[in-house]
Design a protein around this ligand. Structure first.
Ligand code: JE8
Length: 242
């Protein structure tokens, strides 16, 4: 997969992607992430990328021309005519594991990151194929949101995760929160690891973990249970815990 990121601060992407699974995926040739400076596509002497909002108001708005030209440059150099062009914006669809999975099925993605007060609306209307938001809080721009999307998408690409860290085990993959994990020592400051995990009984361990996942989800994120099929026994666990 190739991912092109159009933004005003391409340096922001260097460190996060240099220290993560994303780098390992790049080294293995499974993904290529390229960030472009929208300013390089400005035409005037001062490389102007923003301007005052029509109608007045605070701050500056990213001009459409350099954004369109950056996207067209990417489209031509990748020869991809119908790959997703995602605008990160607070008003977008809420990003989710399901959307990450959809995006991971494409061989090319373009992500557009605004800054300042946002991006001229014609980018959303006539260039982007999708608008995404990573959550209901205010960021200073779309760059961090784009990093979140790249991270979530790349780890779903075939071969990126080893079989021991398979995405099938993820929280949200089966719709439930993850069960608690423990490592050595067996006793830390008087707090013991649950004995079942030391028992060597794999069936009992699996059952304990499933129960922990179900009860934790019911307690903390009952909304997630609307999209999960539980057995009668699992529903009984929840009722007992209330
Ligand atoms: C952004 C963002 C996502 C999320 C994304 C892009 C571009 C109009 N507002 C602009 C005013 C307050 C500051 C805003 C800065 N900004 C924020 C996001 C996002 N995706 N989940 N939260 N915030 C831009 C400019």
């Amino acid at each position: 997969m190739r991912i092109d990121i159009l933004c005003l601060f391409p340096e922001m992407f260097v460190s996060p992607f240099a220290h993560s699974i994303v780098r390992r995926a790049e080294e293995r040739g499974l993904v290529e992430v390229i960030s472009h400076n929208i300013r390089d596509f400005a035409h005037d002497r001062h490389a102007t990328v923003d301007d005052y909002p029509y109608g007045g108001g605070a701050g500056m708005v990213l001009k459409p021309e350099p954004v369109f030209e950056a996207a067209e440059y990417v489209r031509h150099s990748t020869r991809s005519s119908d790959s997703p062009v995602v605008l990160l914006t607070p008003g977008g669809r809420l990003f989710s594991q399901g959307i990450a999975a959809e995006l991971s099925a494409h061989s090319h993605l373009t992500l557009i990151c605004g800054h300042y007060e946002g991006v001229d609306e014609r980018v959303a209307e006539h260039l982007a194929t999708d608008e995404l938001s990573i959550g209901d809080y205010v960021l200073t721009g779309g760059e961090l949101a784009a990093m979140v999307v790249v991270d979530a998408v790349v780890r779903l690409l075939p071969g990126v995760l080893g079989c021991h860290e398979s995405a099938a085990d993820d929280s949200h993959a089966d719709g439930l929160l993850e069960y608690p994990q423990y490592t050595r020592p067996e006793e830390f400051r008087g707090w013991r690891v649950p004995p079942v995990l030391l028992s060597g009984n794999h069936a009992e361990i699996a059952a304990w973990r499933r129960r922990q996942s179900v009860l934790k989800t019911a307690a903390r994120r009952p909304d997630l249970l609307n999209n999960v099929t539980l057995s009668d026994k699992e529903r009984a666990w929840i009722l007992e815990s209330l």
